[in-house]
Design a protein around this ligand. Sequence first.
Ligand SMILES: [Zn+2]
Ligand SMILES: [Zn+2]
Length: 178
Amino acid sequence: MQDKLLNIYWQEQCAEMVPEISEGLKVVFPGLEPFYAGSKEVPSENYDPSRYQYDALGLLQHLPEEELSVWIVAEDIYHPGYRYLYGAALPNKAIVSSFRPDTLDELKKEVCHEVGHTLGLEHCRGKCLMHVSRNGKELEKKPLLLCRRCQKTMEKALPKTVDLKDARRRTSFFKQFS
Ligand SMILES: [Zn+2]
Ligand SMILES: [Zn+2]
């Protein structure tokens, strides 16, 4: 079966992070084929000058409806009622901000987390990538890996199954070098 295509868009300032993020996505979701769709600037219409932040849902409207996609932006993003967001997802599309995460490893987790949502995964209370992160500590703590239960859900959404042992080995590699 063919892998599912995931279009990655990025704001120019994030360009050099894209290859590593793409590798992380392939480890967590082996049935996904990340595609470098191109750089995409954030429109000023979604900027809220009173908050110095961009409206995440407004930005998501600029992604195409019909394809699976994620947009990595450097700007701080928000949703009314939240001080800031690491990322946000709708069915089929997600946005992630590199503004808050301290490390590339944390950004990778957030991208994979939001992509997990676009594929139908919900928040999980296990030791799992789909655990909610409300602050840097929670983001730092969770693994760059799905728990077994979320893994099972993914196997239905994506054609290829995950070799857990191989994924563990490869994610520990990422942690050491990023
Ligand atoms: Zn979430
Ligand atoms: Zn889980």
